[in-house]
Design a protein around this ligand. Structure first.
Ligand SMILES: CCCCCCCCCC/C=C\CC(=O)SCCNC(=O)CCNC(=O)[C@H](O)C(C)(C)COP(=O)(O)OP(=O)(O)OC[C@H]1O[C@@H](n2cnc3c(N)ncnc32)[C@H](O)[C@@H]1OP(=O)(O)O
Length: 264
C-alpha cells in the first residue's frame, strides 16, 4: 500500500498527456492538450445510475489518469439534468451473491481511487446528485454545482443505512453537526442550500460555467509542488480510507448488506 502511495506521483512526472482521448461506452475521458486538464464524463442514460460496469469504467478512468501528467481531472455528466442518480437500484434487487460482492467492491474501489488521486479533482455537478451521486462528488476535492438541482445523502429516506465511509466523506466536507442533521433526515439540498453549508464550493449558471469554474480551481496549485500536495492530501484523507478499507467492522457491514440484499 505504502509503495503505491509514494511511487505514483513520481511516475506521473515522466508521462506525457498530449492528445489523449478515450471513450468507452459508459465513460468518456478527454485531456485538453493546452491546459492539461482531463474531463471524465459519465454517459449512462437515462440517469447515470451506478451499476457494476459503470463503476469499473470510472475506476479505470481515474486510475489511468494517475499515469498521465495532468493538471487535474473534472468529473461530470453527459446528461442534461442528472449528474448521477446514485447506485443502480437494480443492482440491489435480488442480486446473486457474487454479483453483489463484486458490485460493492467496485463501488468502494472507485470511491477509494477518486478520494485518493495524486492529481486534483473537481466534480462539475450539472444535474441532480442524490445518494451515490453525492458520494462520487464528495470523493473529489472541490464541487461546483449548477443551480436548481438537488444533492445529498438521502439513504434514510429510502430506508437504507449509509455505510460509514459515505458518512465519513460527508463529514470530511461539512461539519459533524450538519452531517448529522443531513444524514438522519435524508436531506436533499437544493444547489443554493448546499452552497450555504459548504457541501458545494461554488454554484454555476450552467454546465459551461461549472466547467470553467472547475478549471479555475486547478490554477490554485500552479505554484505548488505536486508531490508535497499529494502527500498533504493523503495526510488529510488517509485515515478515512484506511478505516474504510481495512476494518473488521466494514467487512461485517458488507456481509450484512449483501445478506440483506439477497434476501429482499
Ligand atoms: C434495497 C436493499 C438495501 C440493502 C442495503 C443496502 C445498503 C446501501 C447503502 C448505500 C445506499 C444507497 C446509495 C444509493 O445511491 S441508492 C439510490 C438512490 N437514488 C435515488 O434516490 C434517486 C432516485 N431517482 C430520482 O430521484 C430521479 O429518478 C432523478 C435522478 C431525480 C431523475 O428524475 P427524472 O424525473 O429526470 O427521471 P425519472 O423519470 O425519475 O427516472 C428516469 C428513469 O431512470 C430510472 N432511475 C432513476 N433512478 C434510478 C436508480 N437509482 N437506479 C436505477 N434506475 C433509476 C427511473 O426508474 C426511470 O426509469 P424508467 O424510464 O421508468 O424505466
Amino acid at each position: 500500500m505504502a509503495s503505491k502511495i509514494f511511487v505514483r506521483p513520481i511516475s506521473i512526472a515522466f508521462n506525457a498527456f498530449r492528445n489523449y482521448s478515450s471513450s468507452s461506452k459508459l465513460v468518456d475521458v478527454s485531456i485538453n492538450d493546452k491546459t492539461g486538464i482531463a474531463t471524465v464524463t459519465m454517459q449512462r442514460p437515462p440517469v447515470n445510475s451506478l451499476n457494476y460496469e459503470l463503476l469499473i469504467e470510472l475506476n479505470g478512468a481515474f486510475q489511468d489518469l494517475g499515469s498521465k501528467k495532468i493538471k487535474g481531472a473534472i468529473l461530470t455528466s453527459s446528461l442534461k439534468t442528472i449528474f448521477s442518480a446514485g447506485l443502480d437500484i437494480l443492482e440491489m434487487y435480488k442480486p446473486k451473491p457474487e454479483r453483489a460482492n463484486a458490485f460493492w467492491t467496485s463501488l468502494q474501489d472507485t470511491w477509494i481511487t477518486i478520494f485518493n488521486t495524486p492529481y486534483p479533482t473537481v466534480a462539475a455537478i450539472n444535474g441532480h446528485s442524490p445518494a451515490g451521486g453525492c458520494l462520487l462528488s464528495l470523493a473529489c476535492e472541490y464541487r461546483v454545482m449548477v443551480n436548481n438541482y438537488t444533492i445529498g445523502l438521502n439513504e434514510t429516506k429510502l430506508g437504507i443505512v449509509a455505510p460509514f465511509w459515505f458518512v465519513a466523506s460527508m463529514k470530511n466536507t461539512i461539519s459533524n453537526r450538519e452531517s448529522e442533521l443531513a444524514l438522519t433526515s435524508g436531506r436533499l439540498y437544493k444547489t443554493d442550500e448546499a452552497f450555504k453549508v459548504g457541501l458545494v464550493d461554488e454554484t454555476a449558471e450552467n454546465k459551461e460555467d461549472a466547467l470553467a469554474k472547475a478549471e479555475k480551481f486547478f490554477s490554485r496549485f500552479d505554484a505548488v509542488n505536486p508531490i508535497a500536495r499529494f502527500l498533504t492530501k493523503q495526510e488529510l484523507r488517509g485515515k478515512i480510507v484506511k478505516v474504510g478499507r481495512k476494518t473488521f467492522i466494514y467487512k461485517i457491514f458488507r456481509k450484512f448488506q449483501i445478506c440483506m440484499m439477497t434476501r429482499i
